[in-house]
Design a protein around this ligand. Structure first.
Ligand SMILES: Cc1ncc(COP(=O)(O)O)c(C=O)c1O
Length: 415
């Protein structure tokens, strides 16, 4: 994989001369899927002299810092002993009720008893991996898919099947074939402003997929961290409404409030399954930080989340449009890119024969970081697509970075 030329966590002090040899599990001995790609992306994003379109980071101007300071103060002065104590493994009940109410307003009947607070939605994925996967278990993912989900599922050595993603959602013919032939344990999807492509499933695609799944034992995992970040139009129907208990919903405050709080959740309306997920979660971390949940809930109780989200979406919409207009100006003909209706990233495809890894290497030498598409695919390598994140760069950085990318593309094309 491309050398992103960035400093990683430094393990150089590890004593390699020690006679002690840890007896690792087969799981830990397996090479990490795609190496430490997530770490590399985050490190590239942190470097001061690099314009990074690589990390999927929210823009810190959207963080409600002062509001959180006041919320933390109120929690500590009014309820400090509770906030600093152990809590309920399901999560802080008022926060779960807040979430349930939000779902009900969207027409999805959810009760707080069906919501498990997790340490980011990444932990929800971990619980799902543990609950459903044995070595060789068939599962179905989008191609391309969210990199850290692929990485996580790989630890369980499942048999990963993929379905190509087109503009309006997963390819239905291929989807139906895999469901019939492989009977996967679950289908993992990010139907709104998908990471990495920015694509959203149409209503028609959702209905067709739900109808293929009905009557099978394949669960649909709807991961929806970006759904609230819609620039225009209305949200298409959720799979949760179409599939009832056959769907687990994942959500997160990472993109709407703060990723550092590490607060996400899952909605599971199958009681026995939720009980198992809860008991595994309890054995992992007892519960997610009650302190953070209480501060978050205090903030949500005294501020309108939708007003806050409106500000973020206005910012990201402007940035997406600016990046697209810069690509139209600086990219040569023959480059295809998605035009997301929300979210934080878009997906660019170079003409056939060009590889995004070459572009990523060349661009990094000129001080621009992008993520080549390879790690988002289970099998395909040297792909021609790459992801651009627009949420966390200034307009000037977007303009300069896209101009540099355009120059690099032209140079590669000329060879
Ligand atoms: C599709 C998707 N799912 C899950 C996550 C994990 O989010 P968190 O654990 O911060 O809630 C991300 C983060 O970028 C994501 O893009």
């Amino acid at each position: 994989m491309t050398d992103m030329n960035v400093k990683q966590n430094d393990f150089s002090g590890t004593d390699t001369s020690s006679p002690f040899s840890p007896q690792l599990s087969a799981r830990m001995k397996r090479p990490d899927f795609q190496g430490d790609f997530t770490g590399m992306i985050l490190s590239a994003a942190e470097k001061d002299d690099v314009i990074s379109f690589a990390g999927g980071l929210p823009n810190p101007v959207s963080f409600p810092i002062q509001e959180f300071r006041e919320a933390a103060d109120r929690v500590l002065s009014e309820n400090g002993a509770k906030a600093l104590q152990y809590g309920d493994a399901m999560g802080y009940e008022p926060l779960r009720e807040y979430l349930a109410e939000r779902y009900r307003k969207q027409g999805i009947p959810v009760s707080s008893k069906e919501i498990l607070i997790t340490s980011g939605s990444q932990q929800a994925l971990q619980l799902i991996g543990a609950a459903f996967l044995d070595d060789g278990s068939p599962i179905l993912l989008e191609d391309p898919s969210y990199l850290a989900a692929l990485q996580l599922f790989h630890y369980y050595a499942p048999s990963i099947h993929t379905v190509p993603l087109s503009e309006d959602g997963a390819d239905r013919t291929e989807f139906a074939r895999i469901i019939k032939e492989e009977n996967p344990r679950f289908f993992y999807t990010v139907p709104n402003f998908q990471n990495p492509t920015g694509l959203t499933y149409s209503k028609q695609a959702r209905m067709e997929i739900a109808s293929i799944l009905r009557g099978t034992n394949t669960l649909l995992i709807e991961d929806n961290p970006y759904g609230d970040l819609r620039f225009s139009g209305n949200a298409p129907i959720s799979f949760a409404s179409l599939l009832g208990t056959q769907c687990i919903l994942l959500g997160s405050f990472s993109k709407t409030v703060s990723p550092g709080m590490r607060i996400g959740w899952l909605v599971c309306r199958e009681k026995a399954l939720l009980k198992r997920l809860l008991s595994y979660k309890q054995s992992c971390d007892i519960h997610s930080s009650l302190f953070c949940q209480m501060i978050l809930h205090e903030y949500l109780s005294s501020h309108d989340l939708d007003t806050h989200i409106t500000k973020i979406t206005a910012l990201y919409k402007q940035k997406a449009q600016w990046m697209i207009s810069c690509m139209e100006r600086f990219f040569p003909d023959g480059i295809h890119f998605t035009r997301p209706e929300g979210g934080m990233s878009l997906w660019v495809t170079l003409p056939d024969g060009m590889t995004a890894v070459d572009l990523a290497d060349a661009a990094l030498e000129k001080g621009v970081a992008i993520v080549a598409g390879d790690p988002f695919y289970e099998k395909r390598r040297k792909v021609s697509s790459f992801r651009l994140n627009y949420s966390n760069s200034s307009d000037a950085e977007i303009e300069q970075g896209i101009r540099i990318l355009g120059d690099c593309i032209r140079k590669i094309m000329a060879h």
